[in-house]
Design a protein. Structure first.
Length: 281
């Protein structure tokens, strides 16, 4: 076992399910036992070669089958660049079709994560094309993107299911809102549109103010949407929302690319760095 696995993996397990599908299924079952659904993601992005994109596709097919076989209340959320988008768009579309068909076979929805701005246009285009044949397909909209209000209108006009997130990629100020206040304000605006026009949507935030805003907007419509939060973050709030009757799912990433993902989580908050340092003592 290397240094990363010895010293970082125990801390990283706050945010990831583990390195393999067994760990992901185990964590998904734990989420279910707490009254939450599971959104499972196999880590990886910007895959350039066809063989690796094919391997990611096969992993998602196996994951969907395992969730079904184990009776897990959950589903897959993937990145299109894992399937080759940007390097081989036709191949990515073909691979997405296989996974979407399988999601219907096993009776699970399927969600597409949004990536950096260079892939936004292609992601939305492929999503809308696939939505024509697969109605239980969802896509992410990032509130920090300045284009998202226009994108959300197009998506909802097409009957899309949307997960609203703040966004986390480093982008130019020409493309995104940079301040926390601007991002939160746009999130609130887009959330209002979703509560007015959306169906089966997801509000993915750990921001208490935005969570309270969603609860106010929901009123008697608690069953029409769900909250989603990352593994290991705001666990107490997750429990409070479940007890209050709101649908809640936990986002559970896994895979051998856990280190890059964990570095982002560790560097987001000073308290996470302290956790890492304590594990070295």
């Amino acid at each position: 076992m290397g240094l990363k696995e010895t010293f970082v993996l125990p801390v990283a397990k706050r945010w990831i399910a583990g390195a393999d599908v067994d760990s992901a299924v185990a964590d998904a079952k734990k989420a279910n036992s707490k009254g939450m659904g599971a959104v499972v993601n196999f880590l990886g992005e910007e895959i350039k070669d066809a063989a690796t994109a094919d391997a990611h596709t096969e992993e998602y097919l196996r994951l969907q089958q395992r969730l079904a076989d184990e009776g897990v209340r959950g589903f897959v959320s993937l990145k299109l660049t894992q399937l080759g988008l940007g390097a081989d768009d036709a191949g990515a579309a073909s691979r997405l079709e296989r996974i979407a068909e399988n999601s219907e076979r096993v009776g699970q929805p399927l969600w597409i994560d949004m990536e950096s701005s260079q892939f936004t246009e292609k992601t939305i285009a492929l999503y809308l094309s696939s939505l024509q044949s697969h109605k239980d397909l969802g896509v992410v909209v990032q509130a920090y993107m300045k284009r998202s209000e226009a994108d959300l209108k197009v998506l909802l006009d097409s009957g899309a299911r949307v997960r609203l997130v703040k966004g986390a990629y480093r982008e130019s100020p020409d493309v995104v809102y940079r301040s926390r206040e601007e991002i939160s304000a746009n999130f609130a605006r887009l959330m209002g549109v979703l509560f007015e026009r959306g169906k089966g949507f997801a509000i993915a935030t750990h921001d208490s103010k935005l969570v309270e805003g969603a609860k106010t907007l929901a009123g008697p419509r608690r069953g029409d949407f769900e909250f989603e939060m990352l593994k290991g973050i705001r666990d107490e709030l997750k429990g409070e929302l479940v007890k209050s009757g709101f649908a809640m799912s936990e986002y559970l990433p896994y895979g051998d690319r856990w280190f890059a993902y964990s570095k982002r989580r560790i560097m987001e908050h000073p308290s996470n760095v302290l956790l890492l340092l304590r594990s070295l003592v």
